[in-house]
Ligand binder design. Sequence first.
Ligand code: HEC
Ligand code: HEC
Ligand code: HEC
Ligand code: HEC
Ligand code: HEC
Ligand code: HEC
Ligand code: HEC
Ligand code: HEC
Length: 453
Amino acid sequence: MQQRHIAWLLILGFFMATSVQAQDDVFAGKGRCMTCHKATSPGLYRQWLGSKHSTMSVTCYDCHRADKDDPDAFKHGDFYIATLVTPKDCARCHPTEVGQVKISLHATAGDILETPDSYMVNVIGGLPAMIAGCESCHGNRIKIDPKSPNKLARESWPNSGIGRINPDGSKGSCNACHSRHSFSKAQARRPETCGKCHLGPDHPQKEIYEESKHGIAFFTHQDQMHLDSDRWVVGEDYFEAPTCVTCHMGATKQQAATHDVGQRLSWTLRPAISEHKADWQKKRGNMKDVCQACHGKDFVEGHFYQFDGVVNLYDEKFAKPATQIMDLLRQSGKMEHNAEFSNDIEWIYWELWHHEGRRARHGAAMMGPDFTWWKGMYEVAKNFYFKFLPAAKAYNDPAVNRYIDNMLKNDPMHDWMDKSPEELKQKMQSGELENIYRELFKETRATHAPNNH
Ligand code: HEC
Ligand code: HEC
Ligand code: HEC
Ligand code: HEC
Ligand code: HEC
Ligand code: HEC
Ligand code: HEC
Ligand code: HEC
């Protein structure tokens, strides 16, 4: 019994060895890259060997080849190659995917240098944190080492940020999702792939997904998800659960898969005050089409009704007044220091929208009730009433005080602090509050705050 096994293993080993040898010969004209690299970097070589690319005879040189004049080209043996393999290189064989990435927000994620976040890390944090933090998610500008013309500068490489700006002018790095050298579709479809970047206090999509019914179903049934299938149409090739890719990129019976992750979003939930995107009804329709592979129409409509209600609540009740108060404070000239983020209230306001307010909106979008409330709106409300408003009042500016007093007295959503328990009970029973909140479910809302941003 045991001997038969060993015999089989020997035969199998022989075939594997001869097929590798055969490949080396076939690729001799392409630089014999493997001959050396299977010894110098065996792990990398084995990843490639097991990949679809290897099956299809796409070799090291097919991806790494470069023109002599490319800014990052160097001579390696008899060949000019580059270490970077950018979207421009992949485009030789995958023009469709590259075109879709190009028009997506992912491609411009490296353009963050002019934003307050970036100011924060550069001035208040420091450059090493910018490089190993922000730029490792967003992407950086890859530079050539000035001292050694063919080498990539260490401060800019390694980097696989999603919006990397490459020496050849192209934007992005495909291996942000398609880890080299296996370039496995199965890996790209898993939520962990997106979760390298989409997590944490300011955009916890991964944590929200994990606590949602969808995440629970995915982790329970992942073996039935056919993640490595060539075709991956929701409702046909798999049906147990949606992943991030299903909702944001994946194919349905009506829609082809897309690398433009903005095609199915109706809101932008990132800014202080949410805005609808251009063409938002169409994009909402694209998303609903995904849901309907597994859910009934009314169920799906109900979800979006509830989600829009939370976005409007956050915007109208908290974000617009807080933003208005910040504007008035800046106009008052009473901020102690000039530099951004040099006053406590700027950090308080920042966390209100950039952390707590985003968590509430993202939680409601993706079915994470704990994020919608405890890590979201609960924190927003606590911050607004007990940190933000007191900090604003401390400046003792007449215009600011007038705004706050008027809001707390005359806006029925905010008129609760100095009421007696009996008065509040009556307010709730009369249905007055409920009617105000119901207005927030309307698709096109009336502007509530005095100044609409
Ligand atoms: C004669 C042996 C040999 C051959 C043939 C060879 N390499 Fe290399 N290669 C090396 C060694 C040694 C290094 C440096 C050690 C390392 O990075 O593992 C290296 C480094 C590299 C690097 C990394 C450079 C960097 O920026 O750090 C790349 C990319 C590379 N080789 C690709 C290729 C490609 C593509 C081919 C085929 C055209 C090839 N190699 C052929 C031996 C070889
Ligand atoms: C499908 C295209 C593709 C093929 C085929 C390919 N590579 Fe790469 N390789 C990449 C990408 C993408 C990167 C990451 C560079 C970047 O971020 O731009 C990379 C990076 C590298 C690096 C530097 C990074 C590191 O981890 O050290 C080496 C060395 C390398 N490849 C060698 C090889 C060798 C040897 C082969 C053949 C066995 C090969 N590559 C085949 C796409 C490819
Ligand atoms: C010389 C042509 C060529 C280049 C360059 C190339 N590929 Fe491919 N790639 C192929 C072929 C052929 C296949 C297999 C057919 C298919 O699935 O489309 C493939 C398949 C793939 C797949 C699907 C793998 C799977 O599991 O089914 C991914 C992902 C991929 N390539 C990504 C990339 C990325 C990213 C780059 C650039 C870093 C790249 N390719 C560069 C030819 C190429
Ligand atoms: C863990 C990865 C990660 C790190 C680290 C990170 N970001 Fe982000 N950032 C993201 C993701 C993901 C988004 C998009 C979130 C969303 O759409 O909800 C984002 C969004 C942004 C936005 C909003 C852009 C817009 O279109 O509204 C800015 C600006 C930004 N980040 C700047 C920075 C800066 C500057 C740093 C460092 C101080 C940083 N980020 C650190 C992943 C990261
Ligand atoms: C945000 C993550 C992400 C990025 C960035 C990304 N891809 Fe993909 N890619 C995926 C996912 C997920 C799939 C599988 C889609 C599916 O079948 O549902 C995929 C599939 C592919 C396929 C296989 C298509 C097929 O029909 O079999 C190719 C080829 C590919 N990507 C190339 C690229 C190239 C080239 C880039 C860079 C320009 C890139 N991808 C960037 C996530 C990504
Ligand atoms: C390497 C980091 C990184 C990875 C991996 C990544 N993203 Fe992103 N994503 C970002 C950043 C950064 C932004 C925000 C860009 C900006 O605002 O400029 C973003 C934005 C988005 C957006 C908002 C698009 C829009 O038009 O508003 C969606 C949706 C998205 N990503 C989905 C995904 C999915 C799904 C995956 C996994 C298949 C994924 N991302 C993988 C970094 C990443
Ligand atoms: C069941 C479908 C579904 C799943 C699964 C899902 N999302 Fe979403 N996602 C949505 C919906 C719906 C929205 C809001 C769409 C809108 O604006 O109308 C959204 C919004 C987003 C946004 C935009 C946030 C912004 O600030 O504007 C990002 C980024 C995102 N999702 C990433 C992810 C990531 C990463 C995962 C996996 C960890 C994931 N999503 C899982 C449905 C899903
Ligand atoms: C691949 C199938 C699939 C897709 C696609 C899908 N869902 Fe689900 N969804 C499920 C499953 C399974 C459950 C768990 C059902 C249960 O609780 O009995 C679920 C549950 C839900 C719930 C209930 C959450 C809770 O905690 O009770 C909501 C709401 C929901 N989905 C909305 C959506 C929306 C909106 C979309 C599209 C953006 C979507 N789903 C896409 C399979 C899917």
